[in-house]
Write a protein that binds this ligand. Sequence first.
Ligand SMILES: C[S@@+](CC[C@H](N)C(=O)[O-])C[C@H]1O[C@@H](n2cnc3c(N)ncnc32)[C@H](O)[C@@H]1O
Length: 287
Amino acid sequence: MASGELIVVGTGIGLAGNMTASTESIIIQAEKLLYVVADVATAAHLEQLNSTAESIYSLYDESLDRIDTYYKMTECILDHVRAGLKTCAAFYGHPGIFVFPAHEAVLKARTEGYRAEMKAAVSAEDCLFADLGIDPGRVGCQSFEATDFLVYDRIFDPNSLLVLWQVGVIGQIGFRRQFPIGQNIEVLKEALRAHYPADHYVIVYEASVLPVCDPVIRPFRLDKLDPSALSPISTLVVPPLSSRRGPNIDMVRRLDIPERYILKRAEDPSLYDPAKPGALVNWPATV
Ligand SMILES: C[S@@+](CC[C@H](N)C(=O)[O-])C[C@H]1O[C@@H](n2cnc3c(N)ncnc32)[C@H](O)[C@@H]1O
């Protein structure tokens, strides 16, 4: 095996607070640290942990499609591995969630005969489950990148939770220092209206990036979803329709699940209502 190696890590959401101890130790021990993070405080923390730290955010170029920038980032990471260095590439959140160059760099390094691995980290969706009191085990969870959701006409179940990422930058394939935010939100509303009533409520969610701040949790009626409420870090949460389908009794029998268990679950005394995530139980359903 060639001498360089690559470990891709995530810094979690917000300041270093939810970075794991093992990630921090990988960052400290790296012979070269490359990073892309969303805030200056995390960048400063990384620079403090490792004196070789270098941001590759500067590779974003307004004249390029984002995909071309991602290939440039991949090559930059690989150049350090090829030079024989124990290289760490750090991205904010989970490095494997919506981070094209992270996956590409691991695959490319392995293809070229280097040891390469990715470590898990706290993503925006992990924060969302905690802040909104949503348990994906209760009704399932479908997660899509918003532009991908529209372009590929993704098939989903409106009786289950829907999470749409990058909702503030729908249709934007390039990079802008100042992204026009909220464009194409009417197109998304129209697509969602084919499955949900106009008064179905949706939530604009932003996990807190500073320990002193609360998360942004803004419920809207679907037809009143306001593009000015969105930012580049907004994620849209669409709770399931409240008229849940009943169980498939044939399947229950086939799986040999006692019917009394299903009946007991239907009468569940739990306060949890999947159509009203926990944090919002006392909030008005419309804004
Ligand atoms: C390129 S992706 C990066 C995701 C990141 N790797 C993660 O693990 O969460 C950017 C998108 O992640 C979501 N996101 C990033 N930061 C967020 C935050 N603080 N709160 C909610 N969603 C966030 C938004 O949907 C945003 O458009």
